[in-house]
Design a protein around this ligand. Structure first.
Ligand code: BGC
Length: 360
Protein backbone atom coordinates (compact mmCIF):
# COMPACT_ATOMS: atom_id res chain seq x y z
CA UNK A 1 0.00 0.00 0.00
CA UNK A 2 1.01 3.60 -0.59
CA UNK A 3 2.96 4.69 2.45
CA UNK A 4 2.57 8.44 2.14
CA UNK A 5 -0.60 8.27 4.14
CA UNK A 6 -1.02 10.17 7.35
CA UNK A 7 -3.76 9.82 9.88
CA UNK A 8 -4.32 13.53 9.77
CA UNK A 9 -5.28 13.98 6.15
CA UNK A 10 -9.02 14.45 6.16
CA UNK A 11 -11.33 12.35 4.03
CA UNK A 12 -13.18 14.60 1.58
CA UNK A 13 -16.91 14.10 1.28
CA UNK A 14 -18.75 15.81 -1.57
CA UNK A 15 -22.52 15.84 -2.02
CA UNK A 16 -24.57 16.00 -5.20
CA UNK A 17 -27.96 14.84 -6.45
CA UNK A 18 -28.12 11.29 -7.83
CA UNK A 19 -31.73 11.48 -9.02
CA UNK A 20 -35.37 11.77 -8.09
CA UNK A 21 -37.50 8.75 -7.16
CA UNK A 22 -40.72 8.07 -9.05
CA UNK A 23 -42.50 9.47 -5.97
CA UNK A 24 -40.62 12.74 -6.42
CA UNK A 25 -38.11 12.38 -3.57
CA UNK A 26 -34.61 13.77 -4.17
CA UNK A 27 -31.88 11.18 -3.72
CA UNK A 28 -28.50 12.54 -2.67
CA UNK A 29 -25.12 11.02 -3.41
CA UNK A 30 -22.05 11.36 -1.21
CA UNK A 31 -18.58 10.77 -2.62
CA UNK A 32 -15.95 9.98 -0.04
CA UNK A 33 -12.30 10.19 -1.12
CA UNK A 34 -9.19 9.26 0.80
CA UNK A 35 -5.60 10.05 -0.10
CA UNK A 36 -4.76 6.55 -1.30
CA UNK A 37 -6.94 6.48 -4.38
CA UNK A 38 -10.09 5.05 -2.86
CA UNK A 39 -13.46 6.65 -3.65
CA UNK A 40 -16.78 5.42 -2.28
CA UNK A 41 -20.12 6.72 -3.57
CA UNK A 42 -23.19 6.18 -1.43
CA UNK A 43 -26.75 7.29 -2.16
CA UNK A 44 -29.58 7.95 0.27
CA UNK A 45 -31.87 5.52 -1.62
CA UNK A 46 -31.30 2.17 0.13
CA UNK A 47 -27.97 3.43 1.51
CA UNK A 48 -26.60 1.90 -1.67
CA UNK A 49 -22.89 1.89 -2.45
CA UNK A 50 -23.18 2.74 -6.14
CA UNK A 51 -19.45 2.72 -6.83
CA UNK A 52 -16.28 1.80 -4.96
CA UNK A 53 -13.05 2.70 -6.67
CA UNK A 54 -9.92 0.97 -5.44
CA UNK A 55 -6.35 1.02 -6.84
CA UNK A 56 -4.93 -2.04 -8.58
CA UNK A 57 -1.28 -3.14 -8.43
CA UNK A 58 -0.38 -0.38 -10.93
CA UNK A 59 -2.12 2.19 -8.75
CA UNK A 60 -5.03 2.58 -11.18
CA UNK A 61 -8.33 3.05 -9.35
CA UNK A 62 -11.28 1.16 -10.80
CA UNK A 63 -14.81 0.44 -9.70
CA UNK A 64 -15.11 -2.98 -8.01
CA UNK A 65 -18.82 -3.13 -7.10
CA UNK A 66 -21.80 -3.95 -9.28
CA UNK A 67 -24.60 -1.42 -9.59
CA UNK A 68 -26.24 1.01 -11.98
CA UNK A 69 -25.59 4.50 -13.29
CA UNK A 70 -29.26 5.49 -12.97
CA UNK A 71 -31.62 5.66 -10.01
CA UNK A 72 -34.47 4.51 -12.25
CA UNK A 73 -32.63 1.23 -12.84
CA UNK A 74 -32.38 0.65 -9.08
CA UNK A 75 -36.10 1.39 -8.76
CA UNK A 76 -37.01 -0.89 -11.67
CA UNK A 77 -35.25 -4.08 -10.64
CA UNK A 78 -32.21 -4.90 -8.58
CA UNK A 79 -30.88 -8.02 -6.88
CA UNK A 80 -30.01 -5.73 -3.93
CA UNK A 81 -26.88 -4.33 -5.63
CA UNK A 82 -24.82 -2.49 -2.96
CA UNK A 83 -27.78 -1.96 -0.64
CA UNK A 84 -28.36 -1.90 3.08
CA UNK A 85 -30.57 -4.83 4.00
CA UNK A 86 -33.16 -4.79 6.78
CA UNK A 87 -35.06 -5.26 8.90
CA UNK A 88 -34.06 -8.90 8.47
CA UNK A 89 -31.30 -9.89 6.05
CA UNK A 90 -31.66 -13.33 4.44
CA UNK A 91 -34.65 -15.68 4.57
CA UNK A 92 -37.42 -16.32 7.09
CA UNK A 93 -39.33 -19.54 6.40
CA UNK A 94 -42.84 -18.85 5.08
CA UNK A 95 -42.46 -15.27 6.37
CA UNK A 96 -43.68 -16.34 9.80
CA UNK A 97 -42.21 -16.00 13.26
CA UNK A 98 -43.49 -15.63 16.82
CA UNK A 99 -42.46 -13.46 19.72
CA UNK A 100 -43.87 -14.30 23.17
CA UNK A 101 -46.54 -16.49 21.58
CA UNK A 102 -47.77 -13.84 19.12
CA UNK A 103 -47.37 -14.83 15.48
CA UNK A 104 -46.29 -12.27 12.89
CA UNK A 105 -46.65 -12.75 9.14
CA UNK A 106 -44.30 -11.07 6.68
CA UNK A 107 -44.60 -10.92 2.90
CA UNK A 108 -43.49 -13.99 0.98
CA UNK A 109 -41.33 -12.26 -1.64
CA UNK A 110 -39.04 -15.20 -2.44
CA UNK A 111 -41.15 -18.23 -3.34
CA UNK A 112 -42.79 -19.27 -0.07
CA UNK A 113 -40.28 -17.31 2.03
CA UNK A 114 -39.55 -13.79 3.17
CA UNK A 115 -36.22 -12.39 1.91
CA UNK A 116 -34.18 -9.31 2.85
CA UNK A 117 -36.88 -7.32 4.68
CA UNK A 118 -39.77 -7.68 2.25
CA UNK A 119 -41.26 -5.92 -0.73
CA UNK A 120 -40.03 -2.52 0.43
CA UNK A 121 -37.11 -3.29 2.69
CA UNK A 122 -34.38 -0.93 3.88
CA UNK A 123 -32.82 -1.24 0.40
CA UNK A 124 -35.74 0.67 -1.16
CA UNK A 125 -36.36 3.50 1.29
CA UNK A 126 -34.76 6.93 1.32
CA UNK A 127 -32.50 7.44 4.35
CA UNK A 128 -31.67 10.76 6.05
CA UNK A 129 -28.00 11.65 5.75
CA UNK A 130 -25.54 13.56 7.88
CA UNK A 131 -21.90 14.10 6.96
CA UNK A 132 -19.51 13.63 9.88
CA UNK A 133 -16.52 15.48 8.44
CA UNK A 134 -14.32 15.23 11.52
CA UNK A 135 -14.26 11.42 11.32
CA UNK A 136 -14.60 10.95 7.55
CA UNK A 137 -18.00 9.34 7.85
CA UNK A 138 -21.53 9.43 6.51
CA UNK A 139 -24.36 8.71 8.93
CA UNK A 140 -27.63 7.41 7.52
CA UNK A 141 -30.79 7.14 9.60
CA UNK A 142 -34.15 5.54 9.01
CA UNK A 143 -37.22 5.04 11.18
CA UNK A 144 -39.01 1.84 10.29
CA UNK A 145 -42.52 2.22 11.68
CA UNK A 146 -44.36 -0.30 13.83
CA UNK A 147 -45.70 -3.09 11.56
CA UNK A 148 -43.91 -1.78 8.46
CA UNK A 149 -43.53 -4.84 6.19
CA UNK A 150 -45.18 -6.77 9.06
CA UNK A 151 -42.43 -6.28 11.68
CA UNK A 152 -43.43 -5.14 15.19
CA UNK A 153 -41.99 -2.03 16.85
CA UNK A 154 -40.77 1.36 15.73
CA UNK A 155 -37.15 0.64 14.84
CA UNK A 156 -34.71 3.56 14.80
CA UNK A 157 -31.79 2.51 12.62
CA UNK A 158 -28.48 4.22 12.04
CA UNK A 159 -25.74 3.10 9.69
CA UNK A 160 -22.39 4.88 9.70
CA UNK A 161 -20.09 4.40 6.71
CA UNK A 162 -16.52 5.45 7.54
CA UNK A 163 -13.66 5.62 5.07
CA UNK A 164 -10.09 5.68 6.34
CA UNK A 165 -6.77 6.46 4.71
CA UNK A 166 -5.81 2.77 5.21
CA UNK A 167 -8.34 1.87 2.50
CA UNK A 168 -10.86 0.51 4.98
CA UNK A 169 -14.58 1.06 4.57
CA UNK A 170 -16.25 0.42 7.89
CA UNK A 171 -19.99 -0.11 8.27
CA UNK A 172 -21.41 0.35 11.75
CA UNK A 173 -25.06 -0.51 12.44
CA UNK A 174 -27.11 0.57 15.45
CA UNK A 175 -30.82 0.12 16.15
CA UNK A 176 -33.30 0.52 18.99
CA UNK A 177 -36.96 -0.46 19.24
CA UNK A 178 -40.03 0.30 21.36
CA UNK A 179 -41.47 -3.24 21.06
CA UNK A 180 -39.79 -6.64 20.93
CA UNK A 181 -38.77 -7.26 17.33
CA UNK A 182 -36.20 -9.05 15.19
CA UNK A 183 -33.21 -7.38 13.52
CA UNK A 184 -30.49 -8.65 11.20
CA UNK A 185 -28.82 -5.92 9.17
CA UNK A 186 -26.26 -6.35 6.43
CA UNK A 187 -24.63 -4.78 3.38
CA UNK A 188 -25.26 -6.37 -0.01
CA UNK A 189 -22.37 -5.21 -2.21
CA UNK A 190 -21.51 -7.46 -5.14
CA UNK A 191 -17.76 -7.39 -5.73
CA UNK A 192 -15.79 -8.00 -8.88
CA UNK A 193 -12.24 -7.10 -7.92
CA UNK A 194 -11.02 -7.32 -11.53
CA UNK A 195 -12.74 -4.00 -12.22
CA UNK A 196 -14.13 -5.54 -15.43
CA UNK A 197 -17.81 -6.39 -15.04
CA UNK A 198 -17.83 -8.61 -18.11
CA UNK A 199 -15.58 -11.13 -16.32
CA UNK A 200 -16.96 -13.91 -14.12
CA UNK A 201 -15.66 -13.95 -10.53
CA UNK A 202 -14.65 -17.64 -10.62
CA UNK A 203 -10.89 -16.87 -10.51
CA UNK A 204 -11.10 -14.86 -7.31
CA UNK A 205 -9.28 -16.69 -4.52
CA UNK A 206 -11.46 -16.78 -1.42
CA UNK A 207 -10.92 -17.79 2.18
CA UNK A 208 -13.54 -18.02 4.92
CA UNK A 209 -12.67 -18.31 8.61
CA UNK A 210 -15.25 -21.01 9.33
CA UNK A 211 -15.12 -24.68 10.29
CA UNK A 212 -18.84 -25.15 9.69
CA UNK A 213 -21.56 -24.00 7.30
CA UNK A 214 -25.36 -24.11 7.36
CA UNK A 215 -26.94 -26.63 4.96
CA UNK A 216 -30.26 -25.59 3.45
CA UNK A 217 -33.39 -27.30 2.15
CA UNK A 218 -34.76 -26.97 -1.39
CA UNK A 219 -36.13 -23.48 -0.55
CA UNK A 220 -32.78 -22.31 0.87
CA UNK A 221 -34.04 -22.47 4.47
CA UNK A 222 -31.55 -23.94 6.99
CA UNK A 223 -32.25 -27.56 7.90
CA UNK A 224 -31.20 -26.59 11.44
CA UNK A 225 -28.04 -28.67 11.46
CA UNK A 226 -24.55 -27.21 11.16
CA UNK A 227 -22.12 -29.18 9.02
CA UNK A 228 -18.32 -29.41 9.10
CA UNK A 229 -16.80 -27.89 5.97
CA UNK A 230 -14.02 -30.53 6.01
CA UNK A 231 -14.10 -32.70 2.87
CA UNK A 232 -16.81 -30.60 1.23
CA UNK A 233 -16.69 -27.87 -1.46
CA UNK A 234 -17.58 -25.47 1.39
CA UNK A 235 -14.09 -25.69 2.86
CA UNK A 236 -12.49 -22.27 2.31
CA UNK A 237 -10.20 -22.46 5.37
CA UNK A 238 -7.30 -22.52 2.94
CA UNK A 239 -7.71 -19.97 0.13
CA UNK A 240 -9.05 -21.43 -3.12
CA UNK A 241 -10.63 -20.20 -6.33
CA UNK A 242 -14.40 -19.67 -6.12
CA UNK A 243 -14.66 -21.72 -9.30
CA UNK A 244 -12.52 -24.62 -8.13
CA UNK A 245 -15.38 -26.80 -6.86
CA UNK A 246 -18.49 -24.74 -7.63
CA UNK A 247 -19.68 -27.06 -10.38
CA UNK A 248 -19.04 -30.43 -8.74
CA UNK A 249 -21.89 -32.80 -7.90
CA UNK A 250 -23.01 -31.80 -4.44
CA UNK A 251 -26.57 -31.58 -3.15
CA UNK A 252 -25.97 -28.26 -1.38
CA UNK A 253 -24.42 -26.67 -4.47
CA UNK A 254 -27.36 -27.90 -6.50
CA UNK A 255 -29.83 -26.30 -4.09
CA UNK A 256 -27.96 -22.97 -4.07
CA UNK A 257 -27.25 -23.13 -7.83
CA UNK A 258 -23.69 -22.57 -6.61
CA UNK A 259 -22.65 -20.95 -3.36
CA UNK A 260 -25.57 -19.23 -1.65
CA UNK A 261 -24.97 -20.28 1.94
CA UNK A 262 -24.18 -18.94 5.36
CA UNK A 263 -20.94 -20.00 7.05
CA UNK A 264 -20.66 -20.30 10.84
CA UNK A 265 -17.72 -18.04 11.56
CA UNK A 266 -15.03 -19.09 14.04
CA UNK A 267 -14.23 -17.11 17.20
CA UNK A 268 -17.73 -15.93 18.03
CA UNK A 269 -17.44 -13.47 20.87
CA UNK A 270 -18.96 -10.33 19.34
CA UNK A 271 -15.52 -8.78 18.81
CA UNK A 272 -14.26 -7.79 15.37
CA UNK A 273 -12.16 -10.53 13.80
CA UNK A 274 -11.14 -11.74 10.36
CA UNK A 275 -14.05 -13.43 8.59
CA UNK A 276 -13.20 -13.80 4.90
CA UNK A 277 -10.98 -12.58 2.09
CA UNK A 278 -11.00 -12.45 -1.69
CA UNK A 279 -7.98 -11.94 -3.93
CA UNK A 280 -8.03 -11.24 -7.66
CA UNK A 281 -4.52 -12.09 -8.91
CA UNK A 282 -4.53 -10.09 -12.18
CA UNK A 283 -5.35 -6.76 -10.57
CA UNK A 284 -3.57 -7.71 -7.34
CA UNK A 285 -6.55 -6.48 -5.31
CA UNK A 286 -7.15 -8.13 -1.96
CA UNK A 287 -10.34 -7.62 0.03
CA UNK A 288 -10.40 -8.66 3.69
CA UNK A 289 -13.64 -8.61 5.64
CA UNK A 290 -13.69 -8.21 9.43
CA UNK A 291 -16.87 -8.38 11.45
CA UNK A 292 -18.52 -8.78 14.83
CA UNK A 293 -21.27 -10.99 13.30
CA UNK A 294 -21.54 -14.78 13.81
CA UNK A 295 -22.16 -15.62 10.14
CA UNK A 296 -21.30 -14.70 6.57
CA UNK A 297 -23.27 -15.48 3.42
CA UNK A 298 -21.21 -16.11 0.31
CA UNK A 299 -23.47 -15.64 -2.70
CA UNK A 300 -21.83 -16.09 -6.09
CA UNK A 301 -24.23 -14.20 -8.35
CA UNK A 302 -26.00 -17.39 -9.44
CA UNK A 303 -29.14 -15.49 -10.40
CA UNK A 304 -27.41 -12.92 -12.61
CA UNK A 305 -28.46 -13.80 -16.15
CA UNK A 306 -27.35 -11.03 -18.48
CA UNK A 307 -30.61 -9.08 -18.34
CA UNK A 308 -29.55 -6.18 -16.07
CA UNK A 309 -27.50 -3.28 -17.50
CA UNK A 310 -24.02 -2.82 -16.06
CA UNK A 311 -22.18 0.46 -15.51
CA UNK A 312 -19.74 -0.22 -18.34
CA UNK A 313 -22.23 -0.46 -21.23
CA UNK A 314 -22.82 -4.22 -21.10
CA UNK A 315 -24.99 -6.42 -18.90
CA UNK A 316 -24.35 -8.43 -15.74
CA UNK A 317 -23.84 -12.02 -16.84
CA UNK A 318 -23.97 -15.18 -14.72
CA UNK A 319 -21.56 -15.04 -11.77
CA UNK A 320 -19.99 -11.67 -12.54
CA UNK A 321 -20.22 -10.59 -8.89
CA UNK A 322 -20.07 -12.18 -5.45
CA UNK A 323 -21.39 -11.01 -2.08
CA UNK A 324 -19.91 -11.50 1.36
CA UNK A 325 -22.82 -10.59 3.64
CA UNK A 326 -21.96 -10.56 7.34
CA UNK A 327 -25.04 -11.43 9.38
CA UNK A 328 -26.85 -13.65 11.85
CA UNK A 329 -27.97 -16.98 10.45
CA UNK A 330 -30.92 -17.27 8.05
CA UNK A 331 -34.30 -18.06 9.62
CA UNK A 332 -32.94 -17.51 13.15
CA UNK A 333 -36.36 -16.43 14.49
CA UNK A 334 -37.60 -19.99 13.83
CA UNK A 335 -34.45 -21.89 14.83
CA UNK A 336 -34.02 -22.21 18.58
CA UNK A 337 -30.41 -23.38 18.40
CA UNK A 338 -29.23 -20.33 16.43
CA UNK A 339 -27.99 -17.12 18.12
CA UNK A 340 -30.98 -14.88 18.83
CA UNK A 341 -31.95 -11.97 16.58
CA UNK A 342 -34.51 -10.56 19.03
CA UNK A 343 -34.15 -6.92 20.05
CA UNK A 344 -36.02 -5.72 23.13
CA UNK A 345 -36.94 -2.17 24.15
CA UNK A 346 -34.06 -0.67 26.14
CA UNK A 347 -31.45 -2.76 24.33
CA UNK A 348 -29.17 -1.50 21.57
CA UNK A 349 -28.51 -3.59 18.47
CA UNK A 350 -24.99 -2.92 17.28
CA UNK A 351 -22.87 -4.59 14.66
CA UNK A 352 -19.75 -3.71 12.74
CA UNK A 353 -18.13 -4.89 9.51
CA UNK A 354 -14.99 -3.57 7.79
CA UNK A 355 -13.95 -4.05 4.19
CA UNK A 356 -10.19 -3.59 3.91
CA UNK A 357 -8.54 -3.24 0.50
CA UNK A 358 -4.86 -3.75 -0.28
CA UNK A 359 -2.57 -5.21 -2.92
CA UNK A 360 -1.17 -8.74 -2.82
C1 BGC B 1 -29.34 -14.38 -1.30
C2 BGC B 1 -29.65 -14.94 -2.65
C3 BGC B 1 -30.48 -13.96 -3.37
C4 BGC B 1 -29.72 -12.67 -3.46
C5 BGC B 1 -30.55 -11.59 -4.05
C6 BGC B 1 -28.57 -13.12 -1.48
O1 BGC B 1 -28.28 -12.55 -0.26
O2 BGC B 1 -28.63 -15.28 -0.51
O3 BGC B 1 -30.34 -16.16 -2.55
O4 BGC B 1 -30.83 -14.41 -4.63
O5 BGC B 1 -29.36 -12.23 -2.20
O6 BGC B 1 -30.30 -11.41 -5.32
Amino acid sequence: MNSKQTKNTPITILEDVFGTTKDGVTVKRFKMNNENGMEVSIITYGGIITSLKVPNKNNVSEDVVLGYNLLSDYEKSTPYFGALIGRYGNRIAKGKFSIDGKEYTLQANDGPNHLHGGVKGFDKVVWSAEVLNDVGALKLSYLSKDMEEGYPGNLHTEVIYTLTNDNVLEVFYRATTDKKTIVNLTQHSYFNLSGDFSKPILDHIVSINANKFIPVDANLIPTGKLKDVANTPFDFREPKKIGQEINIEHEQLKRGLGYDHCWVLNDQNQAMRFTASAHEPNSGRLLEVFSSEPGIQLYTGNFLDGTLPNKQGGTYAYRTGFCLETQHYPDSPNQKEFPSTILKPGEVYSSKTSFKFSIK
